[in-house]
Design a protein around this ligand. Structure first.
Ligand code: SME
Length: 163
């Protein structure tokens, strides 16, 4: 089930409210929690921040943590979206050679860049458990979510490192 058009606008308003109330990593974690619980085909939701040549996981929500809390930009579907500066949808992770496995159940992935001006400073990364879990409605919705997270990603960069 993709994002129903009538669900997108209320969800974006909720996200506006979250980023008005919270900042930095706290805001990113709450947005991840909110979108995962709003759209059941989003099985794991994370936000990575670009720190030089590494993507650092700054917020996530899902049934289990990922071992990939730091991803070099030359690796993974996550790295590809940053290098190509565009949304990447993988219909079936078994046919994406660069895919870094986190969860056995994952079959599809969508990664959407977060920009500050023209620079890509981070990304939203979502795993799905069905082949072709994500379509144009997810792309459109998440490309509207991404700019709402720019300030929170910028603020997270100023917070003390997690490790
Ligand atoms: N699958 C990603 C790694 C992150 S996990 O999905 C949380 C990738 O290939 O970059």
């Amino acid at each position: 089930m993709p994002v129903p058009p009538r669900a997108a606008t209320p969800a974006l308003l909720q996200i506006d409210a979250i980023v008005a109330r919270l900042a930095g990593r706290a805001a990113l974690a709450e947005v991840c929690r909110f979108v995962r619980h709003s759209f059941p085909h989003y099985r794991w939701v994370g936000v990575y921040r670009r720190d030089g040549d590494v993507l650092v996981l700054d917020g996530w929500d899902g049934p289990a943590p990922t071992e990939h809390t730091r991803i070099p930009v030359d690796r993974g579907v996550c790295g590809r979206a940053v290098r190509e500066e565009r949304t990447v949808i993988v219909d079936d992770v078994r046919s994406a050679p660069e895919y870094l496995a986190c969860f056995l159940e994952t079959r599809a992935e969508i990664v959407v860049p977060i920009r500050d001006g023209t620079a890509v400073i981070g990304e939203i990364d979502i795993d799905g458990n069905e082949v072709r879990a994500f379509d144009a409605s997810d792309r459109s919705f998440l490309e509207s979510v991404a700019p709402r997270l720019t300030a929170a990603v910028r603020a997270a960069a100023a917070e003390p490192p997690l490790d």
